[in-house]
Design a binder for this molecule. Structure first.
Ligand SMILES: Cc1ncc(C[n+]2csc(CCOP(=O)(O)OP(=O)(O)O)c2C)c(N)n1
Ligand SMILES: [Mg+2]
Length: 571
């Protein structure tokens, strides 16, 4: 694996995994992240992979340890993030035998993995060594490429589990003369034992012409960049936008709402606040939509696309289906960058000035309203507006599910700063948020900012141990509205069980997490205090949790009020 490019590993303690643990821990070129909790460990590895595009293998012992990887496996599957799971297991005859800490680990994660392999017990014979090295290289390759995701290798080991070098220790022993570099042992072959070239899918000439002619005949077009881990890059987007003149709607998780490209390629980020309102009711539909990445975070945008009577091309190199409104008329299984560039090269430039201007005017009205609202009275969304406006350049910003990602979507204004914005939107769990963020932070020198809710913070408090054990610093913005504020926007708000079973106010005081995990816990009252603490935190080392308290209902009123103001302004 190391020969194939693996540089780090996440290991949780246990006995059955001893061979894997020792092999990684004693390897001079591997950085080991040691996690006591497998659930946090897997989310941490997920975060690293989200930031780097490469898998960080996970090692755990047999039994329920492996099951604790499952939530992160689901997220990696659904958001298409590389993950490599090495679960230790007993020899096959002990499955279903009543042996201690033995469970059925075969295909434990079901269809959530790209590839599963039940590894035979290791044996130092030529064929087994070639198989082992090939399989490890295949495992890394299968988790990356056009359809990245989790790979599960269930690794069976028989005692003795500790390293042995003599033949009397059994068939798993590595012969002494192999250690120095036999072609089949670890030192053999320069580089990976197997190199995989993934290649890139390219549209045929006729398919490309089909897209180009739809673009050419459109008066009004849109480019929609949804959440994505890799895919369409800023340069290809710039070419596409310049050639077509289509407005670009960039999801906050698309990696295209922020960055230097925004200077020359304006992107829209406020659409969640004005699309589908009275302000846009009289707009004509677009004629063509070019979509990249997953389904947008914004429900107004999803509904706008659903209701638009037009041709919609979805470009997805994995060929997976990613939009639940079933609006796509054409699925292009092709590399996004190449496809965008090809369309840019061949489309004849045309600009529908009124159409583009509608979006430009709406964006201005939206962002002016947000800016003045922040200065008037603070609300949860104001925190997201401030965080994105003031995060250092560069920075990695992770947002929890529930309201933080929605507020970022609506209130996070596009900027030229190089912000890598990440979230767990594959399955949208609120478990593992802290661990995923810290994993992402461990993979970059960027300052790390996490914006999380109080229930999400509670859910993954175990993850905070990675701050000290994995040497990560962060600015953690805790939007504390004492429960799940999001549930106020659902009809259940009017039912008796709303408070006790949905909003679930817990009254927890999180300040002791400061002493417990060695971080600075600061309560910030009001915007000015928060901004001071935020600027100080991102400019310093260590980890600060900046807790800002809000009333969830009042924040919702404020979101509605600001939307009304934008609509009024546009009228
Ligand atoms: C693992 C998991 N359990 C439950 C849910 C359902 N859920 C979605 S949002 C939410 C509440 C989140 O509360 P908080 O993090 O405080 O954010 P807020 O709603 O206040 O913005 C819950 C329980 C989920 N998405 N994931
Ligand atoms: Mg909350």
């Amino acid at each position: 694996m190391v020969a194939g490019g693996v540089e780090s590993v996440c290991i949780s303690p246990g006995s059955r995994s001893t061979p894997l643990t020792v092999a990684f821990a004693e390897h001079p070129d591997v950085r080991v992240f040691s996690h006591l909790d497998e659930r946090s460990s897997a989310f941490f590895a997920l975060g690293r992979a989200k930031r780097t595009g490469e898998p960080t293998p996970l090692v755990c012992t047999s039994g329920t340890a492996a099951a604790n990887f499952h939530p992160a496996v689901i997220e990696a599957n659904q958001s298409g993030v590389p993950m490599l799971l090495l679960t230790a297991d007993r020899p096959p005859e002990l499955t279903d035998s009543g042996a201690n800490q033995t469970v059925d680990q075969e295909k434990l994660y079901g269809d959530a993995v790209r590839w599963y392999r039940d590894m035979p017990e290791p044996e130092a014979t030529p064929r087994k060594m070639r198989m082992l090295r090939t399989t490890m290289a295949r495992g890394v390759a299968a988790s990356t490429g056009a359809d990245p995701g989790p790979v599960h290798l269930n690794c069976r080991f028989r005692k003795p589990l500790e390293p042995t070098v003599t033949a009397e220790d059994g068939p798993a022993s590595v012969p002494e003369d192999w250690a120095g570099g036999d072609a089949l042992a670890a030192g053999g072959r320069d580089g990976p034992f197997l190199t995989t070239a993934h290649g890139e899918a390219v549209l045929s000439d006729s398919d490309r012409s089909r897209v180009v002619s739809a673009v050419d005949s459109a008066d009004r077009g849109l480019v929609v960049a949804g959440p994505s881990d890799g895919g369409l890059g800023p340069d290809a987007l710039a070419e596409l936008a310049a050639a077509t003149g289509f407005p670009v709607l960039a999801d906050p998780l698309s990696d295209l709402r922020y960055g230097p490209h925004v200077d020359l390629t304006p992107v829209c980020g406020g659409y969640d606040g004005y699309l589908g309102t009275d302000a846009t009711a009289a707009w004509p539909d677009p004629d063509v939509v070019l979509r990249f990445g997953a389904s947008p975070t914004s429900k107004p945008l999803r509904h706008y696309l659903r209701d638009a009577d037009c041709r919609q091309f979805v470009v997805d190199p994995s060929g997976r289906w990613t939009e639940a409104d079933f609006t796509a008329s054409d699925l292009l299984v092709a590399d996004p960058d190449r496809t965008a560039r090809a369309i840019a090269r061949e489309a004849s430039t045309r600009r529908a000035a009124t159409w583009t201007e509608r979006f430009a005017v709406s964006e201005r009205a939206h962002w002016e309203t947000v800016e003045s609202a922040c200065a008037e009275r603070y609300w949860e969304g104001g925190v997201l507006a401030d965080v994105t406006t003031r995060a250092p350049d560069p920075a990695t910003v992770f947002v929890s599910n529930s309201m933080p990602v929605r507020d970022l979507d609506r209130f996070g204004e596009p900027r030229t700063a190089d912000l890598t914005v990440l979230g767990n939107r594959g399955a949208s769990g609120i478990d593992g948020i802290t661990s995923t963020a810290l994993g992402a932070g461990s993979a970059t020198d960027d300052p790390l900012v996490l914006v999380t809710g109080d229930v999400s913070y509670y859910h993954d408090m175990n993850g905070l141990l990675a701050l000290s054990r994995c040497d990560v610093d962060a600015t953690i913005v805790l939007v504390d509205n004492d429960g799940g504020g999001i549930f106020h926007i659902l009809p259940i708000e009017d039912h008796d069980t709303f408070e006790s079973q949905f909003k679930t106010p817990h009254g927890l005081d999180f300040e002791p997490t400061g002493d417990l995990y060695g971080l600075e816990f600061r309560r910030c009252e009001g915007r000015a205090a928060f901004l001071d603490a935020f600027d100080a935190s991102v400019g310093s080392g260590g980890t600060q949790v900046l807790a800002v308290e809000f009333d969830a209902e009042r924040s919702h009123d404020r979101r509605d009020d600001l939307q009304t103001r934008v609509v009024d302004a546009l009228r």
